[in-house]
Design a protein around this ligand. Sequence first.
Ligand code: EPZ
Length: 421
Amino acid sequence: MDKFIINGGKKLNGKVKAGGAKNATLALIPATLLASGTSKLFNTPELNDVYTMLKLVRHLGVQADFNDGTIELDTAGVSVLEAPYEHVKKMRASVYVLGPLLARHGYAKVSLPGGCAWGPRPINLHIEGLKKLGANIDLVDGYIIATAKRLQGNRINFDIPSVGATGNLLMAAVLAKGETILNNAAMEPEITNLAMMLNEMGAKIEGIETPILHIQGVDMLKPADVHTIPDRIEAGTLLVAGAITGGTVTVEGINPLHLYSVIAKLEESGVSVTYNGDSATVNAAGVTPEAINVTTGPFPGYPTDMQAQWIAYMSVAEGVSTVTDTIYRDRFTHVPELARLGAMIEVKDNSAVIKGGNKLSGAKVMSTDLRASASLVLGGLAAHGRTEVLRIYHLDRGYQRLEEKLKQLGAEIERVPGSEY
Ligand code: EPZ
């Protein structure tokens, strides 16, 4: 298991480029299953989660080639309609194959996802929505077995604007007979990227970027070539790296409006953020950040995937701040590890209260999940002395060679391959 060794306390300065969005790619790859033929996805990040999804679709019979940021996917040979536990347990997003397999082939057998580092993550909204479209759903030995001769359009209301359920039901509804309405749908940019791809394939989706999606089902879709949007969470993480170290960092190749809530919070904390069409610059030189409260919410609110990074940043801010996660109430496994760096944080229910104003100092810390590991790297960059961030495989799920990008900005960080502890 790889680890990072960071010699912290250095200001980060310079320019770095964000990659394609992990959470868009994990929906765009399954979407190709809705048509027969070859689709191309451009600006695809080289991430472990992407390789996991490619392994799954290859298991279904897809021919997939991934070179230099472009994936070519030929779905003409799809013959297996089952996503086994071995795949789904590694990555919950594997559930995204349920909708397209059912819509195109009338059958799908997909393992129920387990929990994750921070607790159970149900898929009841996915299942209830498919039933509303006329699917017959059985739960057998930990598997969802979904059958439907032809899905029928219907009105679906989501209690929670679930990203995954919106994506799965979008991919099911585009081939259903008649009209489907998805009310209280997620508006995350990754869902917009998916909906635009589906329309490129011949789907008829209206209301994109609104909470009410209207889908007129069609009989057939064709392959499409699609550009993956930039990764707003990687971009946000890199901007916070500039802020937490008191440097000046420009992140290029982004869409600042996908990140506006994070930019607004950074400005509230006292650092300056300027941005144009495809880049943003944080300037924290000489600034002691102020403690600023954050409550996560569905897009365009502050993203839960930037919650851990904000807690790390508030650990070095002046004053007391509260960070509340309304999406995942127990996503705080990074807190005890940040405390090892000297952060003073109390967690109560779904809120963390951070007493800032103290210097962090290096220590050995353990990654527990993807965004937790990002927050530990940020803490290590700010902490004086040597920090070792263990189990970096969590980080590699969602960040493409983060250590190289941070080195580009002047960080003293090394990856030590294969070390146990
Ligand atoms: C997506 O997960 C992202 N993953 C997550 O990013 C992100 O944290 C999450 O959306 C919220 O923005 C991908 O896109 C691959 P949800 P997803 O369904 O779709 C509850 C990362 O770090 N819920 O919007 O699984 C659920 O428990 C990852 O990149 C139900 O109750 O999230 C949660 O509390 C982590 N029933 C809330 O809704 C359901 O059927 C939001 O979940 C589905 C969800």
